[in-house]
Design a protein around this ligand. Structure first.
Ligand code: LMR
Length: 391
């Protein structure tokens, strides 16, 4: 039977991890996968996470199963962190293995509820979005998003394309820190997108994987909150991988907003999907997050460290934009300072990206997406000089 299987295409982001590891050059720079690194190149365990783990080791008395939807305290804490107060009667939710697990469950829910629903995704988007959509046999549609000429938003194109949304279609929106481009809608543009999608009777599907990495924890949730308040039904896939730095613990949540009288049925369907796919969601990361969010001192320390992380990325953005201005003698890359989140798409050709890797040991995704957090004060000028050489 297994001889009938065909090779699968490699995930382009994850393939970079192996390529980087195998590169013997000590000067190599990893700007590939979206993982935060400090100035020493380490992805640290956050202080509050360490403290919660220590406490958990002392107080945990059992490893028996949790709820099928996750620990209710985790779901409540995360819904609060994402949406604020006031959604208890509308929010059905399940804990999931990371943000990817939440996206997968959301898409399955959409397919179960409306097999004809198409899924609209920004061009470009995180490559795993269209990949899962295809894998599930669903129809994906692209809407214009990124303007390669300005490295900003092609808002006219975006609005024109979303005119084609049919009632019941799901529209995937990056809640903040767009991956892979780093270009984000302004609050005014969000209002226009919301008004258009309301008119079209679309179901917004928000991917919120970087809350706290852009403009701040509350600020990064603002667009998602606007969407939540504006539509009767909204799906939100959120991840704790980045903002709690617990990547391998696989900690995410899918929130489905519905009307209070539909909530029990929606919740039952979410539980059913968890049961079909993996039964109980992973607990360790979710428990740490709950412990942090339920303890004032841990919350304060976590927020402080998250803010350091965010400020570090902002400062790297500024340094890189300045260095590129100097090295290329142009303002071509000024957008790097205005983008938000972990990523910016630099607008280099695939051949230039290959040259950066082969000649300079600098690794970035083929579309020239860089992980800003992969840089430090020493490597910023190295990257700028190398870019100036290949363009
Ligand atoms: C990324 O885009 O690099 C991250 O979201 C990691 C991943 O799983 O692709």
């Amino acid at each position: 039977m297994l001889e009938t299987l065909n090779p699968q295409p490699q995930d382009k982001i994850l393939a970079l991890i192996a390529m980087f590891r195998e590169d013997p050059r000590t000067t190599k720079i990893d700007l590939g996968v979206g993982v935060y690194k400090d100035a020493t190149g380490l992805t640290p365990v956050m202080r509050a996470v360490k403290a919660a783990e220590k406490k958990l080791w002392e107080v945990e008395t059992t490893k028996t199963y949790t709820g099928l939807a996750g620990e209710p305290a985790y779901n409540a804490a995360l819904v609060g962190m994402i949406l604020g107060e006031g959604y208890a009667d509308r929010a059905a939710s399940v804990a999931t293995p990371g943000g990817t697990g939440a996206i997968r469950q959301a898409l399955e829910l959409i397919r179960m509820a409306n097999p004809r629903a198409r899924v609209w995704m920004s061009a470009p988007t995180w490559p795993n979005h269209p990949s899962i959509v295809r894998y599930l046999g669903m129809t994906g549609v692209e809407y214009r998003y990124f303007d390669t000429a300005t490295s900003g938003i092609d808002f006219t194109g975006l609005m024109a394309d979303l005119e084609g949304v049919a009632a019941g279609d799901a529209v995937l929106l990056h809640g903040c820190c767009h991956n892979p481009t780093g270009a984000n809608l302004t609050p005014g543009q969000w209002d226009q997108v919301i008004a258009l999608l309301q008119k079209k009777k679309a179901v917004p599907f928000v991917d919120l994987a970087y809350q706290g990495f852009g403009d701040g924890l509350e600020e990064d949730a603002a667009a998602t909150r606007k969407v939540a308040a504006a539509f009767p039904e909204v799906l939100i896939a959120a991840s704790c991988s980045k903002n709690f730095g617990i990547y391998r613990e696989r900690t995410g949540i899918l929130v489905a907003l519905t009307s209070p009288d539909r909530k029990a049925v929606v919740q039952g369907n979410l539980n059913f999907l968890n049961r079909q796919n993996y039964s109980f969601p992973p607990d360790h990361g979710a428990r740490l997050v709950t412990m942090i969010l339920e303890d004032q001192a841990l919350t304060a320390d976590w927020k402080a460290e998250l803010e350091e992380v965010r400020q570090n990325m902002l400062s790297l953005r500024k340094q890189l934009a300045d260095e590129l201005r100097r090295a290329t003698n142009s303002d071509r890359f000024d957008f790097v300072a205005h983008h938000r989140g972990m990523f910016s798409r630099l607008g280099l050709t695939e051949a230039q990206v290959t040259r950066l890797r082969e000649e300079h040991g600098i690794y970035m995704v083929g579309d020239s997406r860089i992980n800003i957090a992969g840089l430090n004060a020493k490597t910023v000028p190295v990257l700028a000089a190398a870019i100036a050489q290949v363009i």
